[in-house]
Design a binder for this molecule. Sequence first.
Ligand code: ADP
Length: 188
Amino acid sequence: MRAVLLGPPGAGKGTQAVRLAERYSIPAISTGDIFRANVSGDTELGRQAKEFMNAGALVPDEVTNAMVQDRLGQPDVANGFLLDGYPRNPDQAVVLDLMLGEQGVSLDTAIELTVDFDAVTERLLMRATLEGRSDDTEPVIRKRLEVYSTSTAPLTAFYEGRGLLLQVDGLGDMDEVTQRIISAIDHR
Ligand code: ADP
């Protein structure tokens, strides 16, 4: 299975991605995690990404696309993958299609976790105090949600138009959400 996981910040994509990866024996690839690891390791990529992340902005497409291209060239994705946090705008989605096309494969599904904006804002603010992520402060959270609405939300229509969209209610118990996603995938 080659899939992307969509949904606003705080929708629970990271948690669900790890579980789904295990269920379908494919790697979960989180662009946010890769960026954070590079920021921690103070790599060139981390230095390029850091200021954008701390502002709640998207890292420039050239940087992000190159990173994903590299990751999708690794042998563990030969039998599939689940992308969490990529694509995040229609241009990235077009680039992803091209990258997969070069490998002679294509995306099977785009799973969107739908959640209420007030609920995710609350979740993120709660997580901010628990995990201390540097981009989990109120102004940056608001900015990330705004970027989601303007840049990422249009992907719903993009993937719907390609007949790949699966929308799943992301509110409620984590196990329940996992079950909803699995059943949506298996009944596709
Ligand atoms: P969240 O979904 O909670 O905002 P992520 O961990 O997915 O968090 O992403 C954190 C940050 O990493 C984003 O705000 C952005 O700066 C950067 N980032 C992650 N994925 C992408 C992407 N596909 N394109 C551009 N920037 C990205």
